[in-house]
Design a protein around this ligand. Structure first.
Ligand code: 6CS
Length: 338
């Protein structure tokens, strides 16, 4: 049984939202995210709420995953102005904003949380280029932040791309992630989150990828025998507001929102110190038979080679705009590395 078994879908989610919209006053801002209250996105959202409520007369009502449907539903609700804030990861934003798939170019991002924090704080691509692309979709991009190294769960050992031959690996609904797992030799299977546990349990898929905190908290270890970190990615997420709502706010409220985002950002970077290692310990304790492996530099090399094709595909898929973002991100990462 997962914590998400009570997922509301379709009509039920819409009814819940309507009911809450009717009871919420104009002073209440609604904020949906893709995880549970005590997961990374939930910890961020709680800090944001605390800051906003301490500094304005507004209340922030939080909607964790499972209360309003899938990521695609909460994005629609935000674009429609029913929700004021949403956390949606680029893994689900790929068809809306193709350039956001840059976060799935393998081996682009470093794994160190502090370096990533500095990158997201200072990056011109993140802070100047992406907001324009989100604005075109009616969204005010407030921040992006890392959620941890992504590792792959499977039923059999994974040390080289050929181990993924005929292995169905669930990916978020993002075309470039499909390209990545094809390049790695697997059979990628895009699915919304709510279908993943059941699909692993029934053997419809054999693997999936996620940060270690999520492999623990969403019980991915229960339906997997191996967890392998190949170093190919770090999970990125994005928090945004409905743009009309945001633009219509008094400057004072916009400033409170921006500083609440800054406080929550620092908090979430700090919160994640040691989280990957702690999650590994919890998984091993809950399931001693599981094998958790960090591939060596040599073992990663074939995955790195395969990943080069994916970067080329990203540029083909997104043209000059994607190429400019990719180049800027590389320059921003280089500046942080120095
Ligand atoms: O894999 C997913 O779909 C989910 N993974 C994380 C870490 N957060 C939310 C997302 O839906």
């Amino acid at each position: 049984m997962t914590r998400f078994d009570k997922l509301l879908t379709g009509t039920a989610a819409a009814t819940a939202l309507m009911a809450s919209a009717l009871t919420a006053s104009a002073d209440t801002w609604r904020y949906a995210f893709e995880e549970a209250m005590d997961d990374v996105q939930g910890v961020f959202a709680q800090k944001f709420k605390e800051e906003v409520e301490a500094n304005t007369d507004h209340q922030v009502q939080l909607f964790p995953y499972g209360t309003l449907g899938e990521s695609a539903d909460t994005m629609e609700q935000t674009q429609a102005g029913i929700l004021q804030f949403v956390d949606q990861s680029p893994g689900f934003t790929g068809s809306l904003i193709p350039e956001a798939q840059v976060f799935f170019v393998p081996y682009l991002l470093p794994q160190n949380t502090d370096a990533l924090g500095e990158f997201f704080r200072t990056s011109e691509a993140i802070n100047e280029m992406f907001p324009e692309l989100y604005a075109e979709q009616g969204l005010e991009l407030l921040t992006m932040f890392p959620e941890g190294e992504v590792c792959v769960t499977t039923q059999e050992p994974l040390t080289k791309p050929s181990d993924l031959n005929e292995v169905k690996v669930r990916v978020m609904t993002n075309p470039l992630l499909v390209e990545s797992y094809q390049a790695f030799g697997a059979t990628p299977t895009p699915l919304p989150w709510g279908e993943v546990y059941g699909a692993l349990q029934t053997g419809i898929i054999q693997g999936q990828e996620n940060p270690m905190f999520w492999n623990w908290s969403a019980n991915m270890y229960e339906v997997s025998e191996y967890i392998t970190c190949i170093g190919h990615n770090n999970f990125t997420t994005a928090v945004m507001a409905n743009k009309d709502f945001y633009d219509g706010l008094p400057e004072g409220d916009q400033q409170v929102i921006q500083s609440a985002i800054d406080v929550a950002f620092d908090h979430i970077i700090e919160y994640q110190q040691g989280l990957h290692a702690e999650s590994i310990e919890k998984i091993k304790e809950a399931k001693p038979s599981i094998t958790i492996t960090n591939l060596s530099k040599e073992q990663r090399q074939p995955f790195i080679e395969a990943g080069k094709k994916v970067e080329e595909r990203f540029v083909e898929m997104t043209g000059d705009s994607g190429k400019a973002i990719l180049e800027q991100m590389k320059a921003d990462l280089e500046a942080v590395a120095q």
